[in-house]
Ligand binder design. Structure first.
Ligand code: PLP
Length: 408
């Protein structure tokens, strides 16, 4: 990622189909002031806190599991139909901290491993490296997860003396693949997790950005057997600068002293040694946004969702205009989110990206950065989140020149 940022820095005029940042079009500093005031009113007028207690909530060291856990639980109920006890929510410094805490908690010794559907978000592989936990990859296939491969990878890992503790995946509009799981696959995956005594780490930063159709239920909403640990991020739906994420960990676990307790409380013990607590001021910003929209980020993000949808349609239409069906350049058609993957009949590596930036003025991400499988060498991830619709069209025109020159 440093290399990608460095290329972007050297080519500031290039159109970036690489950046996965949310759109800045609707950023407004005044919103932050309003959100803070809204949360303050919530504490004093709706929760009955004194002015002094409200000030302490904002400004003092705070509860390790966070101060907006009830609002997070309400948000999950309103937008996702997920019912959780707020006590099982840990508010974290971005989803990244949540991934780190979960993996750290699952790693007892060198036999513990995590499975991840490939291509895999780099934040998960980075966190696994930090806790010294091997990652065994599972093929995604066209349906988002290849369940036969998952069973085979589990068998092999156990035969190798490993204890696979969990499988990480993005069931909705995955980063980087753009793939989503259909409903039948979600149910089958939950059944497999139950049979195999495996946790599922469901990461869902993009689920609400649909391209138009019905949103399928999350794994967590379907989970009746305590198999899913839900990883949340408010980076794309709240404000990335607030750095607020969370984890729902409502499983009963055995604690190191032999008692039983909530997995969330085990994560909180680790968090107290990493970031102590998540900035309450940053939590207050997200809380204000949630309160302003009656707990619904679907509602709060109507303009953003429309923009991403338009950009994705533009991207798909532009690709289709430049590369007729049956030709050597192919891509998948996501049902929403920020990303899709283009496959070409030559290597799409860092050297080609350098040429692309230098001579064609367009940036993208080589899939090799997410994946070791042979097919990744010929694939590019394209993202539409940080562009205007016209820039998407211009970006694809530049990319089409590069690919056409290469094909020739
Ligand atoms: C798959 C995935 N998970 C999580 C995150 C966000 O994590 P954070 O809340 O730490 O910004 C991202 C952001 O790019 C992501 O793509």
């Amino acid at each position: 990622m440093n290399f990608l940022n460095e290329i972007a820095g050297r080519h500031p005029d290039a159109i970036s189909l690489a950046a996965g940042r949310p759109s800045e079009e609707y950023f407004a500093i005044e919103d932050v002031h309003r959100y803070l005031r809204r949360f303050e009113r919530h504490l004093t007028e709706e929760q009955g806190l004194t002015a002094e207690q409200a000030a302490r909530t904002f400004l003092q060291y705070g509860r390790t599991k966070g101060v907006i856990h009830e609002l997070v639980a309400r948000n999950l109920a309103v937008d996702e139909g997920i019912t959780v006890d707020p006590a099982s929510v840990v508010v974290t410094v971005g989803c990244q901290e949540a991934m780190f805490l979960v993996l750290r908690a699952l790693r007892g010794d060198e036999r513990d491993a995590v499975l991840a559907v490939a291509p895999t978000y780099v934040g998960l592989t980075g966190a696994a490296r930090l806790v010294d936990m091997p990652v065994r990859t599972v093929r995604s296939g066209p349906g988002g997860v290849d369940l036969d491969d998952l069973a085979a990878v589990l068998r092999q890992a156990r035969a190798d003396g490993l204890r696979p503790r969990a499988c990480y995946l993005l069931p909705d509009h995955s980063n980087p693949s753009g793939l989503s799981l259909d409903l039948a696959t979600r149910h089958a995956l939950l059944d497999l997790a139950e049979r195999e005594d495996l946790l599922l780490l469901e990461d869902n930063p993009y689920g609400l950005f649909t391209a138009g159709g019905e949103r399928p239920p999350t794994l967590k909403a379907l989970d009746t057997r305590g198999r899913v640990v839900y990883l949340g991020s408010y980076a794309k739906t709240g404000l990335p600068g607030a750095r607020i994420g969370f984890v729902v960990a409502d499983q009963e676990v055995h604690t190191p002293d032999g008692a039983t307790g909530l997995f969330a409380d085990e994560l909180a013990k680790l968090k107290s040694m990493v970031t102590v607590n998540t900035s309450p001021i940053a939590q207050a910003v997200i809380a204000g946004k949630l309160l302003e929209h009656e707990g619904s980020l679907v509602r709060a993000n109507e303009r953003e969702t429309a923009r991403y949808r338009e950009n994705l349609q533009r991207l798909l239409a532009a690709l289709a205009a430049h590369f007729p069906p049956g030709g050597p350049v192919t891509w998948n058609t996501p049902t929403g989110g920020f990303f899709l993957v283009v496959t070409v009949p030559f290597e799409a590596d860092d050297a080609l990206l350098e040429t692309s930036a230098q001579d064609y003025g367009v940036l993208w991400t080589p899939m090799r950065h997410f994946h070791d499988a042979p097919e990744a060498a010929n694939q590019l991830r394209l993202s539409v989140s940080a562009l205007t619709p016209d820039q998407v069209g211009d970006g694809v025109r530049r990319l089409a020149r590069l690919l056409t020159d290469r094909l020739a």
